[in-house]
Design a protein around this ligand. Structure first.
Ligand SMILES: *Cc1c(COP(=O)(O)O)cnc(C)c1O
Length: 386
């Protein structure tokens, strides 16, 4: 099977991990600090807080921004369920904004209309989570303007987008958001096995997330509320979690960071080849916004139903039967049984529904061979021209 994505681990990565295994610290040691510093430096952000997954990072980001019972958190329905689950962990209500038909990201005009309606009934969101689908940034500047007008916070779910840029600045800079989170799952741009990170320029948000990732415990006496009983003393001040990243993971991440640009370049070469050789009469290729330099985590094509000689479902099955593990990112979240209780009206999301009936993610990852990519291109061209 040719996967849709997978990790690229080299000997230097393996060496970095074995070095940690031979050292005194396999968790909470120097590798975590080094990895955080590397990501913060690359992204031009002030603070980076590593955690054991992007899901944890999203949860901590929501908590740090004060999301609680009864608050509203809005996002796009075309994302992984972790985006909205993080808000549900905090007891919030979730709601969705339909996608833009070109970028498949949350549509700014739809958001503007929905905000105006929400203002009238006093149900404005506390946080909007901007998901950079496939690695292409949302329109952050416009989103930021709306956040000032309607007084909400912004989390960037940049799980797909490490190494991408918006207006020539790295995604993660947090110029137009409060917190940006990344995922280091093996299918993403760089990997730590499992892992995630939250970036911010705000020291108190960073401190809050650091506290919550480790049980809500302070070890540093300048933050104690009580007078220390002795040198053993530490203090739990909040109900936190064990969301820490290990040094074993962080060493892999720090090593992978040195090849980040190479990974993204390789993804661009693969995307260019698809753009060039896929027959476009039935296939809509990924649109690229002029403000965005995508990390190309995904190469999503839309199979246009009006030209169909084969259905979307059949094309998908035939590709899988040919040994190509294509995927669909994503099933609109409101369609999941767990989310049915929120009674989301499908008719309010025509673009998400259309997308769901047409989208297919093709293989794209640094180690995809030319031969395998040509096989994918030939099969698609063959099946759509049948
Ligand atoms: C992968 C992903 C997540 C969750 O990442 P984990 O590191 O697996 O927890 C969240 N949001 C999006 C958009 C993702 O693609």
């Amino acid at each position: 099977m040719i996967p849709y994505s997978k990790q690229d681990i080299n000997e230097l990565d393996i060496e970095a991990v074995t070095d940690v295994l031979r050292s005194d610290f396999i968790t909470r040691g120097p590798a975590v600090d080094l990895f955080e510093e590397k990501v913060a430096t690359y992204c031009l952000a002030n603070f980076a807080v590593s955690v054991n997954s992007a899901t944890s990072a999203l949860h901590l980001a929501c908590l740090a921004l004060g999301v609680k019972q009864g608050d509203y958190v809005w996002t796009s329905p075309i994302t992984f369920v972790a985006t909205t689950n993080s808000a549900l962990y905090c007891g919030a209500f979730i709601d969705f904004v339909d996608i833009n038909p070109n970028t498949y990201n949350l549509d700014i005009e739809n958001l503007r209309v929905k905000l105006e309606q929400a203002r009238k009934i006093n149900k404005l969101p506390k946080v909007v989570i901007a998901v950079h689908l496939a690695g292409q940034s949302c329109q952050m500047e416009k989103l930021f303007e709306l956040s000032k007008k309607y007084n909400f916070k912004i989390i960037e779910d940049a799980s797909h987008a490490l190494g991408g840029k918006y207006k020539n600045k790295p995604i993660g800079t947090c110029l137009y958001s409060d917190i940006t989170i990344f995922s280091f799952h093996p299918v993403k741009i760089i990997t730590t096995g499992e892992g995630g990170m939250a970036l911010t320029n705000n020291l108190s948000l960073a401190n809050k997330m650091r506290l919550l990732r480790s049980h809500g415990i302070f070890n540093n006496n300048k933050n104690f509320e009580n007078i220390p009983d002795g040198e053993w003393y530490y203090e739990q001040q909040e109900l936190g979690f064990n969301y820490r990243m290990t040094d074993i993971q962080a060493a892999l991440g720090a090593s992978q960071m040195s090849r980040l640009d190479e990974f993204v370049d390789k993804r661009h070469i693969i995307a260019k080849k698809y753009n060039e050789f896929l027959i476009d009469s039935c296939i809509q290729k990924p649109y690229q916004d002029e403000n965005s330099y995508s990390s190309y985590h995904l190469y999503i094509v839309r199979f246009k139903l009006e030209f169909k000689k084969i259905s979307h479902k059949d094309l998908f099955s035939r590709l899988r039967q040919s040994g190509i593990n294509v995927n669909l990112h994503y099933i609109p979240i409101y369609r999941h049984p767990y989310y049915r209780k929120f009674n989301v009206d499908l008719n309010l999301f025509p673009e998400s529904e259309k997308y769901y009936n047409e989208a297919i993610s093709l293989p794209i990852y640094p180690l995809l061979s030319e031969k395998d990519q040509e096989f994918v291109i030939d099969r698609i061209n063959e099946f759509v021209m049948l």
